[in-house]
Design a protein around this ligand. Structure first.
Ligand code: FFO
Ligand code: ATP
Length: 232
């Protein structure tokens, strides 16, 4: 869906059309989008961190089961995940379950110069070290890499999302750059699945031309079908 189609859909379905908010968004520039995204990111990250432990655990369990079902149904073999930080949906148990199902798990490794992520194999024995944000990642050369276009599924951390599958991330643009090859390729078998808490769902995420959208978003409440794509 293009940006203007998304906005038209939103105008028809939501109260955000009142007061000219949508009209404002339709005309927003890259700079305005940047500011809108930054504000939204700040709010949503604070809300995400504030989720209580009991609610978090319950949500984690439901999201784990739903994600495993999705991956098994697609007969995924190579799956990229992330190690959670900053209140993101926890993934350690999910990674264990994916591994027990016989799938290979990969984690992102930051490559600052190219602003890309490289994905490396992760098992309980993989040597790890923290990146500049303090998130553990496999040490390059001590763990095999896989080309992003050879993955069957990518599980992405989410700061915010909307019903069209637009994703707000941490703001580095790393996933967008790395998964750029998916743009305009609806037939590509790789499925992008965002993992989020329900409170991260908002009416509208401002998008830029480089933003990669999500095929699915799994929350404790639902599995949202985002990007309109032939999923089989
Ligand atoms: N768990 C997890 N792993 C991930 C990502 C992610 O979003 N979550 N990434 C997804 O891209 C990449 C890392 N990108 C990140 C980008 C910014 C920050 C961050 O905390 N930024 C600080 C400011 C940092 C600074 O001083 O420059 C902040 O916003 O508070 C963290 C990870 C790869 N691995
Ligand atoms: N194809 C591109 N062309 C120009 N800039 C890009 C492109 N891809 C990413 N960027 C840069 O990435 C920055 C962050 O993008 P954005 O705010 O959409 O990140 P994000 O999707 O929230 O983060 P992430 O993917 O790391 O979780 C933008 O400000 C932009 O400068």
């Amino acid at each position: 869906m293009t940006q203007s189609e998304r906005l038209r859909h939103l105008e028809e379905t939501s109260s955000a059309s009142k007061g000219g908010l949508i009209e404002h968004m339709r005309n927003s520039s890259v700079q305005e989008n940047h500011d809108l995204k930054r504000e939204l990111r700040r709010n949503l990250r604070a809300q995400r961190r504030n989720i209580g432990l009991a609610r978090r655990r319950k949500a984690e369990y439901t999201i784990l089961k739903r994600t495993l079902t999705l991956l098994k149904r697609r007969r995924a073999r190579s799956v990229a995940c992330y190690l959670d930080s900053d209140g993101e949906v926890p993934t350690q148990k999910l990674i264990t379950q994916i591994t027990l199902q016989g799938m290979d798990v990969y984690l992102p490794v930051l490559q600052h110069k190219s602003k890309r992520l490289c994905f490396r194999r992760y098992t309980y024995a993989t040597p790890m070290r923290p990146n500049r944000y303090g998130i553990l990642e496999p040490i390059p050369d001590q763990s095999p890499a896989i080309g992003a276009n050879r993955l069957d599924a990518v599980l992405l951390p989410v700061v915010g999302f909307d019903r069209q599958g637009s994703r707000l991330g941490m703001g580095g643009g790393f996933y967008d750059t790395t998964l750029k090859f998916l743009q305009h390729r609806d037939w590509h078998p790789l499925i992008t699945i965002g993992l989020a808490f329900e409170l991260q769902l908002v009416d509208y995420i401002p998008t830029d031309r480089w933003d990669i959208s999500l095929d699915r978003v799994v929350t404790e409440r639902s599995v949202y079908q985002g990007r309109v794509k032939q999923v089989y």
